[in-house]
Design a protein around this ligand. Structure first.
Ligand code: ADP
Ligand code: MG
Length: 390
């Protein structure tokens, strides 16, 4: 769990204190300070592994690393949030079963070296304010911040797309979590006041401006269910079956008209799963068009439709997510809302008019609490830049 679970208030910004923490431990000023953001996916859910489109934004919650190079091959780490130290040698990187948080740094060092980049050791102190394990991708932020720190201290010729791919590979192969590319990609390549349209098949990507009259309201249901990984694997298999029956390499390649013509050939629930993925891909493209026109009501409507499709066709919502989304729909000044992430718990995302965020926090919190007995965490965020030096 997050050591700082500040809900409605503003949590301390690790950017303000990281240099002091570093000085305290090492008695000197860090050579670099790197910040990498968490993220939220605005629309395009369960499309990534079907080679489809996603539209995440980096948020103003960060993992911050203060670091200096060492003359040897040791990587000496301190986590402010876990009050914990860890160190490893770049010559032999293995998993740490004690300081588990350090496995993300180990993973990135391992992946960079496997890819042929030469590293020297470093001293690093890290702290963050991304809620941990809430689906806002604190793990990708640590990976991207770590890779960027190594890149800077070692002058590595590493572009941000390659950096993101190596971080995903690190999480897949070393940490053992089979995440897609979205999280690392947006943490590396995000821009302030923009979302990023990513084609998960080709990795083509394009920034999409977000209108100033929109804040991002993220509501954590506080519910986590073990069901996620088995349901996820089941959905993936159903999508593969659907693609085979429709005669396409992946559902990304299925036109809506093909689906309509041939849907009788698909057994349930494969038909429903295909309907979600194929319509969701189109909704992402429509959402980009709506944002580019500054048409927030149209964008919000697409978010709502995405939620309904995830709830009814893809069947990955749950009672708490539905209650939260419905509570947000009732607030004046909400353009639209949906569950975000794999489902069965985790967070919802709403597009909220900035002058309505106070009412949003108060009303949604009250309604959710009285319907479920659970106290939600509500974060109001803005779209932020990707990884950078401070
Ligand atoms: P998320 O949805 O936030 O990415 P994950 O389970 O994938 O959740 O990753 C969370 C893990 O990342 C934590 O258990 C911890 O090991 C590491 N982590 C996240 N934030 C921090 C932090 N501020 N300091 C140290 N480690 C962190
Ligand atoms: Mg993660």
């Amino acid at each position: 769990m997050s050591p700082r679970s500040s809900d409605l208030g503003k949590p301390p910004d690790p950017k303000d204190s990281i240099a002091a923490h570093y000085r305290e431990r090492h008695g000197s000023t860090p050579v670099i300070i790197v910040a990498a953001p968490g993220r939220v996916n605005l629309i395009g859910e369960h499309t990534d592994y079907n080679g489809g489109f996603v539209l995440p934004a980096a948020i103003n919650r960060h993992m911050v690393i203060a670091a200096s190079p060492r003359e040897d091959t040791l990587v000496c780490l301190h986590s402010v949030d876990f009050s914990s130290d860890a160190s490893f040698s770049l010559d032999a990187i293995s998993h740490d079963t004690q300081a588990e948080w350090s496995n993300y740094e180990r993973a990135v060092a391992w992946a960079l070296q496997e890819a042929g980049y030469e590293l020297r050791g470093m001293n690093a102190v890290l702290a963050g304010n991304i809620p941990i394990g809430s689906g806002l991708s604190s793990s990708a932020a640590i990976e991207v911040a770590t890779a960027y720190a190594f890149r800077t201290l070692n002058d590595l010729p590493l572009d941000l797309v390659t950096l993101a791919k190596l971080c995903q590979w690190a999480e897949n192969e070393f940490v053992g979590v089979k995440c897609g590319i979205m999280d690392q990609f947006i943490s590396a390549l995000g821009q302030a006041q923009h979302a990023l349209l990513i084609d998960c098949h080709s990795l083509d990507h394009r920034l999409v401006p977000l209108p100033a009259e929109m804040s991002l309201g993220i509501c954590d249901t506080k519910v986590r269910r073990d069901l996620v990984s088995s349901a996820y694997n089941e959905r993936r298999a159903q999508c593969e079956t659907g693609a085979q029956l429709l005669g396409v390499p992946s559902l990304r390649d299925a036109e809506w008209s093909t689906f309509e013509d041939r849907q009788q050939e698909l057994p349930e629930p494969v038909r429903q799963r295909c309907r979600h993925v194929i319509s969701e891909n189109q909704r992402v493209l429509d959402a980009v068009a709506a944002l580019e026109e500054g048409n927030l009501p149209a964008f919000g409507m697409l978010m709502n439709q995405s939620h309904e499709s995830l709830r009814d066709d893809y069947e990955v919502s749950c009672r708490e997510l539905d209650i939260m989304v419905e509570a947000t729909w009732e607030v004046d000044g909400v353009y639209g809302s949906r569950m975000t992430g794999a489902g069965f718990g985790g967070c919802t995302i709403s597009a909220v008019r900035p002058d309505a965020v106070g009412a949003f926090q108060a009303q949604v919190s009250d309604k959710y609490k009285s319907a479920t007995g659970l106290t939600p965490s509500i974060y109001v965020c803005q779209a932020e830049a990707g990884v950078r030096l401070l």
